[in-house]
Design a protein around this ligand. Structure first.
Ligand SMILES: CC(C)(COP(=O)(O)OP(=O)(O)OC[C@H]1O[C@@H](n2cnc3c(N)ncnc32)[C@H](O)[C@@H]1OP(=O)(O)O)[C@@H](O)C(=O)NCCC(=O)NCCS
Length: 153
């Protein structure tokens, strides 16, 4: 990360980190679906620790769950201070990506095969986040007097 990535406090700008999370999540979703994808939502973006200018930052993305046309992609961000090699886990993000066909309409994605214990845990947790997201949407829509389930949150 260089000085053009800095905010007024001298750390890496949160928006820069979010943009890069979005890019790697999109790439992971394209690799899984072999389609073009769009970002439908960002469920969570945590900033555990600031990233300093001069640190080497690695973004690791995995498709955690695949539904009909959408996928949850988790992104882990690690920052390394190259002079001492110390690596810190700085951010975690969860994004929903939707695969599109040639006409720009949502299209089915291949199912995800969660094999290892870690993959199964990630899928289980992604299902929890989706359930919570949909429940929250329905509750808000009920509060507004609109039809529950009519439109994704
Ligand atoms: C995302 C988008 C394609 C969904 O279109 P839509 O007409 O609502 O399509 P559907 O209702 O068929 O939903 C398609 C899928 O998206 C999911 N989805 C839609 N909006 C969502 C949201 N805000 N959060 C999470 N998932 C969402 C639905 O749950 C559904 O998933 P499923 O098929 O796996 O069950 C559309 O809203 C869109 O194009 N948004 C703009 C995307 C964009 O410009 N992103 C930034 C640049 S990449």
């Amino acid at each position: 990360m260089g000085i053009v990535d800095a905010n007024s406090a001298g750390y890496v700008h949160g928006g820069t980190v979010m943009k890069l999370c979005d890019e790697v999540a999109g790439l992971a979703a394209v690799r899984h679906s072999r389609c073009r994808v769009v970002t439908a939502g960002m469920d969570r973006m945590t900033f555990q620790e600031p990233i300093h200018i001069g640190e080497l930052v690695t973004f690791t993305a995995s498709v955690n769950a695949a539904w009909r046309t959408s996928m949850e992609v988790g992104v882990r961000v690690d920052a390394e201070q190259p002079r001492d090699g110390v690596v810190r886990h700085t951010n975690t993000a969860y994004l929903t990506m939707v695969a599109l066909d040639e006409d720009g309409r949502p299209t089915a994605v291949p199912p995800l095969e969660a094999v290892s214990a870690d993959e199964q845990r990630r899928e289980r947790e992604a299902q929890t986040r989706r359930r919570n997201r949909l429940a929250e949407r329905d509750e808000i829509q009920r509060g507004r007097g609109t039809q529950p389930g009519s439109r994704p949150a």
